[in-house]
Design a protein. Sequence first.
Length: 244
Amino acid sequence: MKKISLRTIASVITAASVAGVVALSLPADAAGTIDNRYITVTGVGTVSVVPDAVRFNATVSIVGKSNSSALSEASQASNAIRTALKDNGIAVKDIRSASISVYPEYTWTQETGTKITGYRASQTFDILVRKSSTAGTVIGAVVDAGGDAVQLGGVIPVTIDSAAAAEEARAAAVANAKSKATSYAKLLGTSVGKVLSLEELSSPVYSTPYPMAAKAGIASDMAVQVDLGEQDVTVSISVRWALN
């Protein structure tokens, strides 16, 4: 009886890089067909954009002789801030109450023990300024309206119109993946063919610029400046190409 010798060839090449993993595979039963010879790479694309909006929080804090008086004074200051925001073009939908609280404040001494010294009422607003160029003016208006009762913090530039940046990041990720696939194919003595699959490994990721903080008591003749910096938008993908 004539014997038939079966020969199985399987090769896997894996290369690690900062941006991802590259793999070349030829299945045992592929018989060397083009559709079963492929290379898989990950690509990363990052673009930098200048944020187009600014988000910050403002907290009104008042100490009164009673819960009701403290809350009343805090409400008055809060209403003044709302009016200032409205006068500076901030829409109601961009003003959110993050917290409202009223609680007693205590002191303790060895002679008298624990004693209530007053009642503190607070209200915190989360505010979005959609036009970044006006953020400094808005912050100044909030401080003027709230006076010594207001505290500002968490001033963070953000990107609202992010669709174009995400599209650029995707294009950069595809270019990065294709460049790596072409390079590895050349090293292996072949070339890339058609795309077999593409998977976005993560939705666009937006880095957060370092926040800045503002405090009450800003001089009236000094304009508030918000430094926007840049925000990185990153997309990572996995692409599989057939090898010729």
